[in-house]
Design a protein around this ligand. Sequence first.
Ligand code: QAP
Ligand code: CO
Length: 167
Amino acid sequence: MAILSILHYPDPRLHKIAKPVLEVDAKIRRLADDMAETMYAAPGIGLAATQIDVHLQLVVIDTSETRDNLLVFINPRIIELEGTRDYEEGCLSVPGIYETVTRSGRIKVEALDRNGEVFTLEAEGLLAVCIQHEIDHLHGKVFVEYLSQLKQVRIKNKLKKRIRETM
Ligand code: QAP
Ligand code: CO
C-alpha cells in the first residue's frame, strides 16, 4: 500500500471531471486501498480520486468513530434526495478551512463496491454530507464553491499566503 499526495485548492486539476470506471479490476482495488491508507493517515473521513489527481469515479469514506468501517464507492450516483441540512465541512484539499454548507439531509446512493457488485445505501447525517461532498469532487467541484465570492477569494489568498510562507 502507499500514501498518495493530495492536491490542494486552488489547483486547477481539482476541477477535472472524473470518468466512470469501466472494469473493477485489481488495479482499481489497489487504488482504492491506497486511497483508504491516504485518508486514514491524513486523517480524514473521505477522499475522492480527483484529490489524488486520478480522474476516475472512485471514492473512499469512513465516518465511523472506530475508523474500521471503510466504504468504497465506484461510479456513485445519488438516486434520491430529501430535505436539507447545514453542516460545517472541511476538506483534505483545503487544509485548515472549515465552513458551513447546505446540502440534502437524506440521500440514497447507488454505486459499485470493490468487487464490482451494484449496491444502494441510504444515508443521513455526517455520512450523507460526506457522500455528497465526495461525489462533488468527481464532478470537479470543491465545497468552497458553495460559499460567497468574497469568502472564496479570502480562502484562496490565505492558502496562497501559506504556500509562500512554507517556501
Ligand atoms: C469531507 O473531509 C467532509 O482541514 C472529508 O487540516 C468533511 O476528511 C465531509 C481534514 C466534513 C463532511 C464534513 C481537513 C484534515 C479532513 C483539514 C475530510 C485538515 C485535516 C477533511
Ligand atoms: Co473534499
